[in-house]
Design a protein. Structure first.
Length: 481
């Protein structure tokens, strides 16, 4: 059985670039900072900030290196590098992001052309997407200059920046105050930073007089995430990687039998929801006080008719699901052959192929694209789902990626009878959306969908930030009459 994912990996992709990175005074030459990174008091890695300035260009480079432990597996290290290029006056030129781990190695680059941002996704397809740039738009040097001149110290100060993980512009609000307490003499400014776009995120940054960040504090999955200035030796010192997966496990109110999992189960979930969980053929959702009531089965509700235009959106290729890649079309031809079989039968064959193609031992490292998963054959249920959805779209079957929870009766990372974060695929089989799970092998009433997407990383980030708040207070087996 393919183990469900450790969703703690997802905030890593958002962590790089989540924080305000403003560098020192506008002088030519090079400067650098080393910082240590911890979550809930446990060290995870370090961040290295570099600034190179010439008369023609200022380059700010941010390298985030994080190592996590996983029971029964080797420690997993993910490196994220962000590079910002700007003119000496702070005009944006380009941004790039590179993520590398045991299973992930992808690059993105964005070029600023006056009021248009050209996003180049280096996923072997050469796809480029253009975005109109909202104003005011700043990268680190431009923001530093605005703050240093005092224009950015009005309260609150609002601007836009670019986020590769969400592939969208984010509106940022800053409240900048002088820091006068004597306990930290190096602190000159205290900045409260809030990401206003979609799900609000907050952080607090303490900087020196040149607006270099010395300490940054935010929250990830309910725990304090802290970055603090220190020496090279301090930042890169060896440490014992800590397992944080357990904060993502949700205890079941009791053991759920295999017979119940094959039938219909009604759950009560309490907690914070970024969005109301989706209702589909397999899941009905009713709001209750403090949460939702969700009923899961293979045919819980009739599917409303879908327009051809809507179904067509679930056939489109994108960065995460590169279904137009020739290797996926070749694979579909090899797996399905020329037989005239139903979409459901095609999905069962494709799901079986993905189960056999991927390494049976889950690798929790990074957030790989479907193409990377195909070539590396490594990953967890997320890579399974992205690969299966890409193959389905290549076969002409509308498909979408589901992020949610899956019940586990067997021992998972030392725990039993828990719901774990999981990902699977829903395909349109002609009359309804039907779930296929190449990671766990089959869909059951133990699958609770929290969100549906076309594989975008931003969706799982949003869900992952709220999982720690959820509590399953009831799981009632509804017997058919």
């Amino acid at each position: 059985m393919h183990a469900p994912q450790n969703t703690v990996k997802y905030w890593l992709s958002a962590a790089a670039g989540l924080f305000l990175m403003v560098s020192g005074a506008t002088v030519w030459g090079e400067t650098e900072q080393w910082q240590t990174l911890s979550l809930a008091g446990s060290k995870l890695g370090y961040r290295h900030l570099e600034r190179h300035a010439t008369k023609d260009e200022i380059i700010n480079k941010e390298t985030l290196v994080i190592t996590l432990s996983q029971p029964g597996a080797a420690d997993a290290t993910t490196t994220t590098v962000l590079e910002y290029r700007e003119s000496p006056e702070g005009a944006p030129i380009s941004i790039s992001k590179r993520v590398s781990s045991a299973t992930t190695n992808h690059n993105m680059r964005a070029i600023v052309d006056t009021n248009v941002l050209h996003l180049i996704q280096n996923d072997l397809t050469g796809n480029t997407t253009d975005y109109a740039i909202p104003q005011p738009f700043f990268l680190p040097e431009g923001l530093r200059q605005v703050l240093a001149t005092g224009a950015g110290q009005t309260s609150p100060f609002t601007y836009f920046t670019w986020n590769f993980s969400n592939q969208q512009f984010e509106q940022i609000q800053l409240i900048v105050k002088p820091y006068t307490a004597a306990d930290q003499p190096a602190y000159a400014w205290q900045i409260q930073r809030q990401v206003m776009t979609n799900q609000a995120r907050y952080s607090e940054i303490f900087t020196d007089t040149a607006f270099r960040p010395l300490t940054e504090i935010s929250r990830s999955g309910g725990d304090e995430l802290r970055i603090e200035n220190c020496s090279y030796e301090c930042a890169t010192a060896d440490f014992q990687a800590v397992t944080h997966v357990y904060r993502q496990l949700i205890a079941s109110p009791y053991k759920i039998s295999d017979a119940a999992l094959r039938g219909k189960i009604r759950y009560q979930l309490l907690g914070e929801f970024s969005d109301t969980p989706p209702s589909t053929t397999e899941q009905t959702v009713t709001p209750i006080n403090g949460g939702v009531e969700i009923t899961v089965c293979t045919d819980c509700a009739p599917e409303t008719s879908l327009s051809p235009a809507l179904l067509n959106t679930y056939l489109q290729t994108n960065y995460w699901l590169a279904s137009d890649n020739a290797i996926f079309h070749t694979t579909v031809d090899d797996v399905l052959g020329e037989r005239n079989i139903s979409p459901a039968a095609k999905m069962r064959r494709l799901s079986h192929f993905v189960s056999r193609h991927m390494n049976s031992e889950a690798t929790y490292s990074g957030y790989a694209t479907a193409l990377e998963a195909y070539h590396s054959k490594q990953g967890d249920c997320t890579e399974h789902a992205l690969l299966l959805a890409s193959l389905a779209r290549a076969a002409g079957i509308p498909s979408r990626v589901v992020f949610g929870l899956a019940y586990n009766n067997e021992r998972f990372l030392g725990r039993k009878y828990v719901f774990v974060p999981h990902a699977w695929v829903q395909a349109w089989t002609g009359e309804q959306w039907q779930s296929f799970d190449s990671g766990l092998g089959r869909f059951t009433a133990g699958h609770i969908a929290l969100g549906i997407s076309s594989g975008e990383q931003s969706e799982v980030l949003k869900i992952n930030e709220k999982i720690h708040t959820l509590q399953i207070t009831s799981a009632m087996h509804i017997k058919r009459r």
